[in-house]
Design a binder for this molecule. Structure first.
Ligand SMILES: NC(=O)c1ccc[n+]([C@@H]2O[C@H](COP(=O)([O-])OP(=O)(O)OC[C@H]3O[C@@H](n4cnc5c(N)ncnc54)[C@H](O)[C@@H]3O)[C@@H](O)[C@H]2O)c1
Length: 385
């Protein structure tokens, strides 16, 4: 295989996700390890081209991480034929036009989710990429997390018997931004800027659920904007127009009942910021980003309901920690390796723009369910577009 460097354009390199997860933890880590590990045991070196709107910040980042190329002009980067891969970590609202340019430039494209602000746009983008014959992929990072890898192993080993129900609890308190700065960007709380917890998290829930438990057939959701006023990065008050919490039930075509609470307005009383509780006929599991604990049916305690008597049984002590067994690398980096190997014709990558569009379909169906008060079928929602 060639030892030429594979050039990767990173757009939105200064953002929260673009910088931390994609640049530092994934691409710079890969570059410093010698490149993309290939199936023949060799490595293909990579070179990065940073794009963002703030030139000063770009210059700083490039110098700090020893990156030669950077620009504030996406067209300039896309015109560079030494960089055949485009990555997009822009704010969601800017994604479609940027990716359209990358398709026109014939780049292989990898992007943060969601791929677009609407299912119609996400589907159109998938069709355009396919028609142009460019390889494409969407971040599905949660599937690569140690806890979810353990959950997949439990499912594949038959641990649960028949899975009856799944309950997901995701969330934490995001500060309003007045007396303490908010820990998420303000656009997340403005629907006119592509914000909202449904649009942010349901694309994740879609691929997590469909890859682990089965295809989602319909959704019932209630969304709320619990905190109506927040304060932006400059400390200025703004009206929160987007949902900051969503309470949803997903029906699977052939599988368990799944419910997820997603909220930026809850205080954490869990081991991790997301927990998925799975109950099956033969055993149960509680899984987070990293940890997983199980309770098989043959060690299940036998509680009896008696409000007159204090129950001193320590229920949390009945669970067994699932061992890690193998070292697991950063989830974003693992998926980057898979995507880049696919670009180099050295393996498969299953999560393309179509898969991303399905995530947006679920988000739209959930918003429609909230607006109409009905359970919404995904097939029906897709048909309307
Ligand atoms: N996979 C995940 O777990 C995950 C988590 C959070 C966010 N995301 C997604 O990642 C993307 C980026 O989110 P983020 O939280 O990093 O956002 P962010 O606001 O921190 O960064 C976004 C980037 O877009 C740039 N940008 C913003 N406005 C711009 C403008 N008007 N013109 C040009 N560039 C502009 C910013 O400079 C920055 O580089 C979003 O699509 C979001 O949905 C994914």
């Amino acid at each position: 295989m060639t030892t030429d460097k594979l050039g990767i354009i990173v757009n939105g390199a200064t953002g929260r996700m673009g910088y931390r997860q994609h640049l530092v933890r994934s691409l710079l880590a890969l570059r410093d390890e010698g490149g993309i590990p290939l199936s023949d045991g060799t490595r293909r070196p990579i070179e990065l081209y940073l794009v963002a709107r703030n030139e000063e910040r770009l210059r700083e980042l490039a110098a700090k991480h020893d990156i030669e190329k950077f620009t504030t002009d996406l067209d300039v980067a896309l015109a560079d034929e030494d960089f055949p891969v485009y990555f997009d970590a822009l704010i969601t609202r800017l994604r479609v036009p940027a990716i359209r340019k990358a398709i026109a430039a014939g780049k292989a494209i990898y992007t943060e989710k969601p791929t677009a602000e609407s299912y119609a746009d996400a589907l159109a983008l998938a069709e355009e990429a396919e028609a142009a014959g460019v390889k494409n992929g969407v971040v599905h990072d949660k599937l690569y997390l140690p806890g979810l890898i353990k959950l997949r192993r439990l499912i594949e080993s038959g641990f649960f018997g028949e899975i009856l129900s799944v309950r997901g609890e995701f969330g934490y308190w995001v500060f309003e931004g007045d007396w303490q700065p908010a820990q998420r960007p303000s656009w997340n709380y403005r629907s006119e800027d592509g914000g909202g917890i449904v649009v942010d998290m349901f694309p994740h829930w879609n691929y997590v659920i469909e890859n682990l438990f089965g295809e989602i057939s319909s959704v019932y959701a209630e969304t709320r904007t619990h905190i109506p006023e927040r304060f932006d990065e400059a400390g200025k008050s703004y009206t929160a127009t987007a949902d900051d919490a969503a309470y949803a039930i997903f029906d699977l075509a052939d599988g368990p009942i799944v419910q997820f609470n997603s909220s930026w307005t809850v205080r954490v009383n869990r081991d991790e910021l997301v927990e998925i509780h799975v109950d099956g006929t033969h055993g149960s599991a509680v899984v987070g980003l990293f940890g997983a604990k199980v309770q098989p049916r043959n060690v299940t305690p036998k509680p009896t309901w008696n409000p007159d008597l204090r129950d001193d049984h320590d229920y949390s002590a009945d669970w067994i920690e699932v061992p890690q067994n193998d070292a697991v690398d950063n989830g974003f980096k693992l998926q980057w390796i898979e995507f880049l190997r696919y670009v180099l014709d050295d393996g498969e990558h299953n999560y393309d723009f179509r898969s991303g569009a399905k995530g947006m379909l679920l988000a739209e169906a959930a918003l429609e369910s909230n607006a109409s008060g009905r359970r919404v079928s995904l097939a029906e929602q897709a048909g309307e577009k």
